[in-house]
Design a binder for this molecule. Structure first.
Ligand SMILES: Cc1ncc(COP(=O)(O)O)c(C=O)c1O
Length: 439
């Protein structure tokens, strides 16, 4: 039987040459039905007294993706006022956004921030300095605030670089400083109506449970005005076979139970908030690349593809793994790591991109050495399709390195239509902000 469909979106291999013919390679590919299904799963998470889901738009900030997600009823978490402005330009009102940022902008951007807040943007205080910078303005318009707390306990990241709870992480008001900030707020008559903790990305669900207990503990101790408790994002997806996806129903059931117990002790009904990015979009995405060269050496066989670290930097940044599928030019699926098929006649290849960088590979070990991928042997001109790339790929890449142009993006719609949602960058766009200075 010929294999045809692969990956979590059950992508039809025959579409790959069609996409390449229409829009060239490399190209990002998304799947609307998959994104909507993720949203449904999240919105159906068990909860005690209400659930509010925000999509962490840093995962993928494309306007079409934002519209798909917000049309499903999710609101947004923005990590800069630029993200907020971008979402607003996509037609999403500020009242559906929260800002969780490392900086309170100054000058013109400060004025913009205040306008956004007046228009409904929720502000999540992430440090004592931030509180001091925002307090007078908040007081002047009687603004209720959210506070991001650094829990002072190792969080749930897949790697140290994605752990936002440990002592090496600088995010949020440290638990030790919470009484001081709370005291300052009390003196000004400002209220924290939401408490927020994000412990990291893609870690052990057990850590997520621990965080629920810890967070409810300090909500009880320090935040009598809180009506919402946010447990952040970080819900793990299984990109590779063998990885275990977070069980949303079970995590929700745990949170529900704990929030009900909280009510039994305090009489307070807390609304639950979550703000996943990865879970919403990661497995909806593929990058379609074409094999442009092949080198068989005594040490390692290489496939050189026309898109690598400039499209997907996670392997280099975190050592993350993404499943590879091999599709022939006629649309036949040769092998799919995600589906672990076929299991025989596989050969090992280092899959590398076209940047002049030794670490430009889809699979690297912790020392930065290329890890070969077991795949069916393809020919030059065939396609390497990289899975699990819907999150932190387009939005997080060192694009334009080696002056490669940011590729276009295509959405497979709910009805199966392929629609271009972003054009490939032009050469002019790469240099458009450079000035012709005569020295
Ligand atoms: C504050 C905050 N919330 C939510 C997220 C989303 O995390 P994830 O994509 O792991 O769900 C992040 C990711 O860095 C974050 O920093």
């Amino acid at each position: 039987m010929t294999m045809q469909y692969f990956g979590p979106t059950k992508l039809d291999a025959a579409l790959i040459p069609e996409i390449a013919r229409k829009w060239g390679t490399p190209v990002y590919l998304h799947d609307q039905a998959y994104i909507e299904n993720s949203c449904d799963q999240l919105l159906n998470m068990p909860n005690a007294y209400g659930l509010h889901v925000r999509y962490a738009m840093k995962a993928n900030s494309d306007r079409t993706v934002l519209r798909v997600v917000t049309n499903k009823g999710l609101d947004l978490d923005c990590s800069s006022i630029n993200e907020a402005a971008r979402a607003f330009a996509a037609g999403i009102p500020y009242g559906r956004m929260m800002l969780t940022t490392q900086e309170v902008p100054a000058g013109e951007e400060r004025t913009e921030l205040e306008e956004m807040i007046r228009a409904g943007l929720k502000y999540n205080v992430c440090s004592m300095t931030q509180f001091q910078l925002i307090a007078d303005f908040a007081k002047s318009i009687n603004l209720d605030l959210s506070i991001r707390v650094h829990p002072g306990a190792t969080g749930g990241g897949e790697s140290a670089t994605r752990d936002t709870g440990s002592e090496y992480s600088c995010f949020g008001v440290h638990l030790n400083d919470v009484p001081k900030v709370k005291d300052m707020a009390d003196k000004l008559g400002l209220r924290f109506t939401q408490v927020h903790v994000h412990i990291g990305s893609g870690g052990d669900p057990e850590k997520w449970r621990e965080n629920i207990d810890r967070e409810l503990g300090f909500v009880r101790t320090y935040f009598p005005d809180a009506t919402t408790v946010s447990f952040g994002g970080g819900l793990k997806v299984a990109r590779m076979p063998g990885e275990k996806q977070a069980d949303i129903a079970s995590l929700g059931a745990y949170a529900k139970q704990r929030i009900e117990e909280f009510k039994a002790v305090t009489g307070r009904e807390l609304q639950m908030e979550i703000e996943p990015g990865t879970f919403v979009v990661a497995n909806s995405g593929h990058i379609v690349t074409r094999i442009i060269d092949k080198k068989l050496t005594n040490e390692l066989n290489f496939l050189i593809v026309d898109g690598g670290m400039e499209l997907l930097t996670r392997p280099l940044l975190y050592g993350s793994e993404h499943p590879i599928a091999i599709v022939r030019q006629d649309g036949t699926l040769l092998s799919s790591e995600y589906d672990q098929t076929p299991t025989a006649s596989l050969k090992s290849f280092g899959v590398v991109g076209r940047c002049c960088e030794s670490g430009d590979s889809v699979r690297l070990d912790n020392d930065g050495n290329i890890v070969p991928v077991m795949i069916a042997e393809p020919e030059i001109g065939d396609f390497v399709v990289i899975g699990g790339t819907g999150a932190y790929s387009e939005s997080m890449s060192p694009e334009n390195y080696n002056s490669h142009r940011k590729p276009g993006a295509v959405m497979k719609t709910r009805s199966g239509e392929l629609v271009l949602i972003r054009k490939k960058q032009s050469r002019e766009q790469i240099v458009q902000n450079e000035l012709d200075v005569k020295l």
